[in-house]
Design a protein around this ligand. Structure first.
Ligand code: GDP
Ligand code: MG
Length: 699
């Protein structure tokens, strides 16, 4: 991390103290979803974790290092949570990390613009008794709103250090680091403030006393355990061993509270916490605007999340994105890049090779294999950049969180919770993080179902395939063709839930709480980071996997089974393999060995479909790929081919992610075959029904 931290704040009086404790410290960042944990993590560790504007982006803990005054500090970024009750897997991950891994300091991040709700978690963290500092983030937004918070008062009443910061602007970070280090070194445990009524407090004290009798203590504050036992937290109960006598005593104490009909003990405590927070905020927070005044965000939301307008606006935005990406602008940029790579660069290389007197097969490998293959994929880079820039703008501005909210109802209809929206949406980028992201789903079966659905969300690697066919056949109505492809993917996903819902999902779907962040202008920094991540992945893939695949494909299509260089690729090894597979696709309308081989290569990486086609359909006569393709497909068979690419088994990386998440080879194999079948089935339907329709139209 920032060397300027080291120059400033000499912390002289601390140094001696620090030297005697040169062990590594660990600080955990904890807070509600979307409060800026990852932004702060990136600031502190100089790393570039994904910062998103919706919950569920950080699903597992991430660690980073920071060296400050000779002390190594391990910073842990944890998933956002609303409470320490084990409702969801993130809450369990976070809680376990705190209890088992003995962090030296909790850095509790509180969104200052939403302080009342955020402090709920703070009250629970306080009960853990671990050293803690509170970070009030987003103070820049607070200032903009004109609200103020009395930090001194908060500090005193909570008895915890409070540091105001703005994580994305880098304000207050030095102060925070200095204070955190100081505090962690002192191992200052928190004195728990009393939040509950006298009666409840008495009961909690009695339970705590019973726990104090236990000899094999767990590592955690008995007060916290007492509270959890009072709340009937099964996980805590399981993890401590109580004697029969202790159990009886605790149960006696627990039953001392009078509960009215619809209230359980957990709600009783929650209510007390909220009352406590309310009393603090009344004094500490001064709002400039009354709640009744509509903010800009409220005004936008009135339209965007309106009952009738929400879905049309959502689809209109998606169409607009497709139009920009695949329409005239995208195509123009693609053609320019293509010209640059194939014509200018390709010719330059060819001329150089001629001058050097390279052999025919070297020229064929480098120009016809590598440049043609890899170049055909790289020419889609501008379109990928446009797509991700637009998606990132929607995400950063706060619209995507609304989209999750809008689609929640639709997802509920198919039996999933709105939580599944996040991984499904990520699937449009890349299936790998999306599959890992299904971890935020609470129930194991819901997760399996989402994993089955994610690959049907057309990932960006498939885009070059569509783009190529669109250029060849559908140049008049590109956005609609693309839209229909994406819709077919979504339909296949819904079809899948309908089949498996009964088997996998019994009972109601789990709840989904999601806050809607305020709208804001996306920052250039965040945009470039998001887009660069995709572009880099794409380029790395092009330089490694696709390059390798292009060389192998060139080899297999240039030699026959007796390893003789051939002129006509239909005599090649590849053709021998392809002709075996091709008949399966007769019903889908593309019984061509080159198409089959391209699909086979697509199993490695979807972009490989295009690079393989570029090599195989290259007649060497200077005709561009789109024209070559249009001579070998009909519009209908092209659409059926696109459908197959959309739905069939995702790439190797995604399959291994599926294996990782399901932890079952059987499931993984099942998913792979299921997707192959669905792809074949849908693509056959498209071709057969399409044909029927065309014949009918002729009459
Ligand atoms: P996490 O879910 O807690 O990890 O939150 P993120 O770090 O992903 O941030 C959520 C959103 O808040 C992102 O859009 C950030 O750019 C934004 N954000 C984070 N810190 C600040 C801040 O100090 N001020 C403002 N205005 N926005 C912030
Ligand atoms: Mg995060």
């Amino acid at each position: 991390m920032p060397t300027n931290e080291l120059k400033m704040n000499p912390l002289k009086n601390q140094r001696k103290h620090l030297k005697s404790h040169s062990k590594k410290l660990s600080f955990a960042l904890i807070g509600n979803p979307n409060c800026g944990k990852t932004t702060l993590f990136n600031q502190l560790t100089g790393s570039r974790q994904y910062v998103g504007n919706w919950p569920g982006v950080t699903v597992e803990k991430k660690e980073g290092n920071l060296k400050l005054y000779n002390t190594d500090i391990n910073i842990i970024d944890l998933p956002g949570i609303y409470s320490l009750s084990p409702y969801s897997s993130e809450e369990i991950i976070t809680r376990n990390c705190l209890i088992r891994e003995k962090v030296d300091l909790i850095i509790n991040i509180v969104d200052a613009t939403n302080i009342e709700r955020n402090l709920y978690l703070t009250t629970q963290l306080m009960e853990l008794g671990l050293p803690m500092v509170i970070v009030l983030n987003m103070t820049d937004l607070l200032e903009k709103k004109g609200d103020t918070i009395d930090y001194e008062f908060l500090k005193q009443v909570l008895n915890i250090p409070v540091v105001p910061i703005s994580a994305n602007k880098g304000i207050g970070i030095n102060e925070l680091l200095k204070l955190s280090l100081d505090f962690a070194k002192k191992h200052k445990e928190l004195k728990v403030k009393n939040i509950y009524s006298k009666d409840i407090d008495k009961i909690l004290n009695s339970i705590e006393n019973v726990l104090n009798e236990t000899t094999n203590k767990i590592n955690i504050n008995n007060r916290w355990v007492a509270i959890k036992l009072f709340e009937d937290d099964i996980l805590v109960l399981k993890s401590i061993k109580l004697t029969k006598l202790q159990e009886e005593k605790i149960s006696k104490y627990k039953n001392m509270v009078q509960l009215s009909k619809h209230v359980d003990r957990q709600m009783l405590l929650a209510d007390a916490r909220y009352k406590y927070i309310c009393s603090i905020c009344k004094i500490a927070v001064h709002k400039k605007n009354d709640h009744n005044i509509m903010t800009l965000t409220d005004k936008i939301d009135r339209v965007v999340t309106n009952k009738f307008l929400a879905l049309p606006i959502f689809f209109a935005l998606i169409l607009l994105i497709f139009y920009t990406t695949f329409g005239p602008i995208g195509i123009f940029l693609k053609d320019q890049t293509n010209f640059l790579i194939n014509n200018i660069f390709g010719n330059l290389v060819l001329n150089t090779l001629n001058i050097l007197g390279a052999s025919e097969w070297t020229k064929s490998l480098i120009v016809g294999g590598i440049i043609e293959g890899v170049g055909s994929v790289i020419s889609f880079l501008p379109q990928i950049t446009i797509l991700f820039t637009l998606l990132s703008i929607l995400e950063d501005s706060g619209y995507m969180a609304r989209a999750a909210f809008i689609t929640d109802k639709l997802l509920r209809r198919v039996g999933l919770s709105g939580r599944a929206f996040v991984p499904l949406l990520m699937g449009f980028g890349c299936s790998v993080p999306a599959i890992l992201g299904t971890r935020i789903l609470e129930r194991e079966n819901e997760k399996k179902l989402a994993i089955l659905m994610v690959p049907f969300m057309s990932c960006s690697a498939k885009m070059p395939v569509y783009s190529m066919f669109i250029a060849a056949f559908f140049s008049k109505n590109q956005p609609f063709i693309i839209f229909s492809i994406y819709i077919i993917g979504i339909l296949a996903a819904i079809f899948t839930t309908l089949i498996f819902k009964r088997k996998l999902l019994k009972g109601t779907s789990s709840s989904f709480i999601m806050e809607l962040p305020e709208y804001k202008l996306p920052t250039i920094k965040n945009l470039t980071l998001h887009v660069w991540e995709r572009v880099r992945d794409f380029l790395v893939k092009a330089g490694t996997v696709l390059l390798g695949a292009a060389i192998i494909i060139w080899f297999l299509q240039s030699f026959d089974t007796t390893l003789h260089l051939i002129e006509d690729s239909s005599q090649s090894i590849l053709a021998a393999i392809g002709t075996r597979i091709a008949p399966i696709f007769t019903i889908c309308g593309f019984n061509d060995w080159r198409a089959s081989v391209s699909l086979l290569c697509g199993l490695v990486a979807k972009e490989s479909v295009v690079s393989t086609m570029a090599v195989l359909y290259n007649t060497g006569s200077g005709i561009d790929l789109a024209t070559n393709i249009s001579q070998n497909f009909s519009a209908l068979s092209a659409f059926s081919f696109m459908t197959f690419v959309l739905l069939y088994t995702p790439c190797i990386a995604a399959v291994s992610a599926i294996k990782k998440e399901t932890k079952s080879i059987l499931w993984t194999c099942f998913i792979v075959f299921y997707q192959l079948f669905i792809a074949w089935f849908f693509s056959a339907c498209v071709f057969q029904f399409g044909n029927l329709f065309l014949n009918f139209a002729k009459f």
